[in-house]
Design a protein around this ligand. Sequence first.
Ligand code: ASP
Length: 334
Amino acid sequence: MKKVVIVTTGGTIAMVKKGESVVPYEKGNILISEIPELSKIKDAKIDIVEFSNIPSPHMTPKDMWNLSRMIDKILDDSEVVGVVVTHGTDTLEETSYLLDLTLRNEKPVVCTAAMRNIGELGTDGPRNVYSSVLTVLSPQSYGMGVMVCLNDEIHAAREVTKTYTSNVATFDSPGYGPLGIVDEDTVIFFRKSLTREKIFVEKIEEKIALIKTFTGDQGEFLRLVPQLGYKGIVLEGFGRGNVPPLVADAVEEVVKMNIPVVVTSRCFKGRVYPVYGYKGGGADLRKRGAIMSEHPIGQKAKIKLMVVMGKTQNIDEIRKYFEMNIQRRTLENE
Ligand code: ASP
């Protein structure tokens, strides 16, 4: 019989209310196994494996990498048709993207979570897990990459982000839209993500920092990063990928120390692009050695740099992974 494995990691979906606050349940992810809707699934056996029982802000790069290796092993079992991962919503977009980049097996992996704990009125966890299992079982899911399924929508891991602190309709893929929906127990796909990439590595670089610039930033934080032992930096700038003038000097200094600086944007739609030549503009930063990230969202670029640096520490090589569509035009003009 076909098997779907639910790998639990913790998050609100496995939490309970104690007094005035919500905390991880001391019995682990047991609440997932008690979801009654799962017994409605007749054409597959559901196995549950606990990876961890942590809130997702506690998830580390090492945890994400270990999870990726564990899922690949699970998917190697010929009876397993796919995996559902339960996780906290806060960093689900990071873990799912790391899985999407690194998993070797193309069988469907669907990550899910809950905004409301199981005892809360209108809890969304059980339905999200149920819809995720249906998504794994859809014949169209094979080769779709790692997906995120909540609130009846299916998103691509690379594109999705948490947009609302509290509402169940929190996951969105700005600039892209969902891949599909789960409606009346039917999984309907509208499109496939064309932006997916695979980067197969034997290890990742865990020491990657994500720094957000601000008006008046003088670059002190950026200069500190290498001293703290970080091997790569994602710098979240403004608009097209621009920063205040003194940050440009810091970028140049850091790059000279052989630390790659990948520029992203606080805008979550569109592309980062070396348009502006003024001091701190994207074109100026690039001349100083910065790398422009295709994807504007800082937390996604951080995951990608962790994976890419598991393969190479050479800045020119790293650049090729981030500037696929910039290379052609601007390098020719240089
Ligand atoms: N803070 C929680 C976590 O990410 C929120 C959630 O699960 O939705 O673990």
